[in-house]
Design a protein around this ligand. Sequence first.
Ligand code: DC
Length: 216
Amino acid sequence: MTHVFTIAIDGPAGAGKGTLARRLADHYRLNLLDTGLTYRAVAHALIQHALPLDNVSAAETAARQVDLARLDRAVLSAHAIGEAASKVAVFPTVRRILVEKQRDFAKTPPGAVLDGRDIGTVVCPDADIKLYVTASAEVRARRRLAEIESIGGTANFAEILADIVHRDERDMGRADSPLKPAADAHLLDTSEMAIEAAFLAARAVIDDVLAKRDKA
Ligand code: DC
C-alpha cells in the first residue's frame, strides 16, 4: 500500500497557519484542507436560514451537507462567520460528522496538509508531521488590523484584540477536542517571524523527518 503523507497544522486564529499550510502543500505537492472552512460552512448555513447557532439538529444536517469540494472561501472568510463557526464547533455530534469527512480527505493519495484546531490531536493523530503554530494575541491582532487596513477598511485594535482573546478562550476551553498542541507537535511561534521564516522553519522539520525515513 502506498503511504499517504499527512501534515497536521494546528493553532489559534490568526497565527498564520493558513498561509503556512498553503505554502507547504504547494512545496510538497500535497492536497490542502483548511478545516476551519468546514465549521464556517455549517455556521453559514444556519445564518442563511436565520436559525439560532445553538440549534444542534439543524447544525448536524448542515454538517452532513458540507461538500469539501465546494467550500467557498470568499463567502466563508467573513469575520462574523468565524465567530459563529467557533460556536457551532462546540457540539460533539457536529464535530464527529465533519471529522469523518476530514479524515477521508486526508486518506486520499498522495496525502494532505490539514490545518485547524484538533488535527494533530483528534483528526489525524498518526500524522507524519505535526506543527503547532502560535503567536501572541497582540501580534495576531496587529496583523489582522493591518490586513483590514490594507484593503481600505478601518477597525479598532482593542476590539480586534478582545475578539481574538475571546475566540481563544472558546476554542481552548471547550470540552470536546479543545485547541492544544499534540504531545508530539513541533511548536512554531511566529510572533517574531515573517511567513517566509516560518515556512523555512517548518520545511527544516519536515525535511528532517523525510531524511530519517529514507535512511530507515
Ligand atoms: O480557523 P478558522 O478561524 O477558520 O476556524 C473557525 C472556527 O472553527 C474556530 O474558531 C473553531 C472552529 N474550528 C474547530 O473547532 N476545529 C477545527 N479543526 C477548525 C476550526
